[in-house]
Design a protein around this ligand. Sequence first.
Ligand SMILES: Cc1ncc(COP(=O)(O)O)c(C=O)c1O
Length: 458
Amino acid sequence: MQAIHQRMAARSLVSGDKLPSLRAFATTMQVSTSTVVEAYERLAAQGLIRSRPGAGYFVAGPSTAAPMPLTLAAMEPRLDRAIDPLWISRQSLEADAATLKPGCGWLPAAWLAEGGIRQALRTLARKGDASLAEYGTPLGLLPLRQLLSRRMAEHGIEAPPDHIVLTESGTQAIDMVCRLLISPGDVVLVDDPCYFNFHALLRAHRAKVVGVPYTPTGPDLEAFAKVLSEHQPRLYITNSAIHNPTGATLSPVTAHRVLKLAEQAGMTIVEDDIFGDFEHTPTPRLAAYDGLERVVYIGSFSKTLSAAARTGFIAARPDWIASLTDLKIATTFGGGRLNAELVYRVLSDGSYRKHMEGLRLRLARAMPEVSKQLQGLGIVPWLEPQAGMFLWCRLPEGLDASAIAQDALAHNVVLAPGNAFSLAQSSRGFLRFNVAQSLDPRVGEVLRQVLKRQTEKG
Ligand SMILES: Cc1ncc(COP(=O)(O)O)c(C=O)c1O
């Protein structure tokens, strides 16, 4: 009964759907058929399902039982709360000033462009036109799209301003692309490990998520080819410049192979380049090789400029941009015009470039410092990232990152345990560290105590 409840909560079973046959479900659940008969009868008695003689059991329609609201946390694979991605996000988002967040995915506010944003706000406040009160245009602020187009050209990506649509965030950009391209039940490929909110967002779209092991140069090509032939995925979502959580960079050879395989399989790639501006030396982008044929390119300024002035964008084929614009109107009506104006000002007055130079330097100093501190505790980086804020680290043998995260949380430290990023749950011994959030000496102290306690429990 619980398993059926969960499927209904996760919307993999909705009103009118046929339940698995008694025999099939008995095999799945490893119970006898009579147990399933009993469970179905009780669900029917509760009005949640109905039996149609000769046809089987069906989820009851809205007339007999109200449809259950979607519960993302109830979706497969079942995770304990310490590694449930939504729970980690909530812990990080709700953390008060006294909580340390070496596991969170963004920079401390003082590292972001607060000065530039303040200045831009003052300029905007003095402006006498409609930007403070009216809806934006469907594609979004033209000067910002023109500027984004020029920035993309620096990476070899040809995207004229009318092939770009502004969104309110990277997350909304991916959500819109999913609305455009996938139907419930479609297979979507992600890296394993990958940014954990990809899992949650794809489940909200009722996609079937399949993982491909990630290597220091990109997805494991053999596994990638195998998954393509077995599952015919509709989409692959990845970060090529600086991968979350590993900090790895896609190599040009892997990029070529991935594009070739995607082309053979008729699969679209969503290149989420949200960390691209952290690179010291630009590396190739899938969108540059592909010319936005089967790659949809996504960016946002949440990690570099401000997560409060939320602004993201999508660059894609013109026919898709037209449909995405319709979707944008249908689901949000207007974009965040004020945020776009703010971001445009900071980007165009030269302060962003200066801010990013300083930020890259600051991270380049923090990275070896935190790496050394962690290695002193026996926590070893999987690779030395070329840039960015993340260190993907292996714990000492035998330790469970989820238990460590739970223990640390009791001491006001939010960590990011590996399995939150892993569909196959193969990263039990990993933690992701944000070097900018790990410089406080209390992080090392709490970690030392937690490791000691967990090793003793061991
Ligand atoms: C890889 C990746 N993509 C997208 C996002 C979401 O960005 P935004 O704040 O623009 O929605 C994040 C945030 O952590 C991320 O790590």
